[in-house]
Ligand binder design. Sequence first.
Ligand code: FES
Length: 224
Amino acid sequence: MPDRHKEGKSKYTADRNMPGAFDGETVTRRRFMTAVTHSAGGVAAMAFTLPALGFALGPIFSREPFNWQAIGKQADFKDATTYVARVIELVQGIGEAGKSIAYVRARNPAIDTEPEDQYNHFIALSSRCNHLGCPVRFVPAASRFICPCHGGVYDFRGLVAAGPPVRPLDRFYTRLNKTTGLVELGPRYSVNSELQRFSPRDPGQPLDGIGQYLYPATRSQRRA
Ligand code: FES
């Protein structure tokens, strides 16, 4: 009687001298069990990895809405030698926590040498310090913005004059609504030390040199 285990290429793992073989185990069963084990491992790995990936990548694909908000009449900001503070709403629907202060003045061609366009007839600076985000205060007597946290100082145009901030104060697009006659403030943008515009970045993210590549804007920031 022919030995079925020895005929041709055997289907039994023992006949093929496969590691861990036991009597009666077929190659098909071995492959099936291996596939099941690998699949279970993959599912377990995804259970850990996917939530972490979603948490990390989610903000990249979300976009935050913004509205142009009226901040006053044109005459309120006609003095180009000082700033007027205005409370603005950065995040809607969360009350006081979503509010901040913008410092606004008319553009002064004598000192505002960055290219003029329809969105910078009024200069609106963010009060968020670009070291760690503390609120800065404009001091008229010194024509400086002072940060109380770590001694950051910005000059009249919002450029870093001293201390640890890594880039000038952020700005907001502004426009004059010809229908209402009101000055409106739009999205925030960041600038480098030459006041070139970039999509808004977070505090601590420099924009000079390779900084703009080391800290690219996320999709939610890329809206201006
Ligand atoms: S947060 Fe403004 S200097 Fe540190």
